[in-house]
Design a protein around this ligand. Structure first.
Ligand code: SF4
Length: 114
């Protein structure tokens, strides 16, 4: 399922965001439930110059869902792994694995993980 809205906080650093130039419908990948789309969103974040303030804001707002600052949020917590629906593969396929984006050191204490 792909969510159809992309809400982005109006912050001063928004113009520097790597996702700011992405067309609207493509931005839906930041709120997708599909692992390959979540991985694409995380890959955009990986080279974003404002990853730290973006992640900090998401932590403070306890984002209910979406990829923010390179991390996948669910109910205000960061999900380190996300499984596909159905029975998990005995041997994980590459498309089932999300890239792990390092959390900036200054934010590690703020992070809640599920
Ligand atoms: S870290 Fe990701 S979600 Fe946040 S501004 Fe950058 S590209 Fe967008």
């Amino acid at each position: 399922m792909t969510l159809t809205t992309f809400e982005y906080p109006l912050e001063e650093w928004q113009a520097l965001a790597s996702c700011s130039g992405i067309p609207g419908t493509v931005k839906n990948m930041f709120f997708s439930e599909e692992i390959h789309e979540i991985s694409q969103a995380k890959s955009v974040c990986a080279s974003c110059p404002v990853i730290s303030p973006c992640l900090k804001g998401a932590i403070e707002r306890e984002e209910p869902c979406g990829v923010w600052g390179g991390q996948l949020f669910m109910n205000g917590k960061v999900l380190m792994i996300k499984r596909r629906r159905g029975r998990p593969s005995k041997i994980p396929r590459p498309e089932e694995q999300m890239p792990q984006i390092p959390v900036p050191e200054d934010l590690q204490d703020l992070l809640k993980t599920a």
